[in-house]
Design a protein around this ligand. Sequence first.
Ligand SMILES: [Zn+2]
Length: 96
Amino acid sequence: MKKKPQRSCVCCKATRDKGDLLRVVSLADGSIVYDPTGKAPGRGSYLCRNEECIKTELKKAARLSRGLRRTITDEEAKALAQEMLAAAEKAGSDER
Ligand SMILES: [Zn+2]
């Protein structure tokens, strides 16, 4: 079996397979986006695919900013949360 890369959630610190986490990346132009491919270049942060972690973390946008070395605005955080919650929901229904 191939060993999968592990990452930990910035919110609850749980270590999971990288593919099981949602990646948020800070792009070279300074924008912070949800990265569904997990391959976008830039500094990434990871979050569990669950509402708790996404909501908790994006509410504390300041902490996410620190991980990404950039300030994230409330609006950006809100937009990100929506995108990631939709992705988490989709992933959940695919598994079922
Ligand atoms: Zn988590």
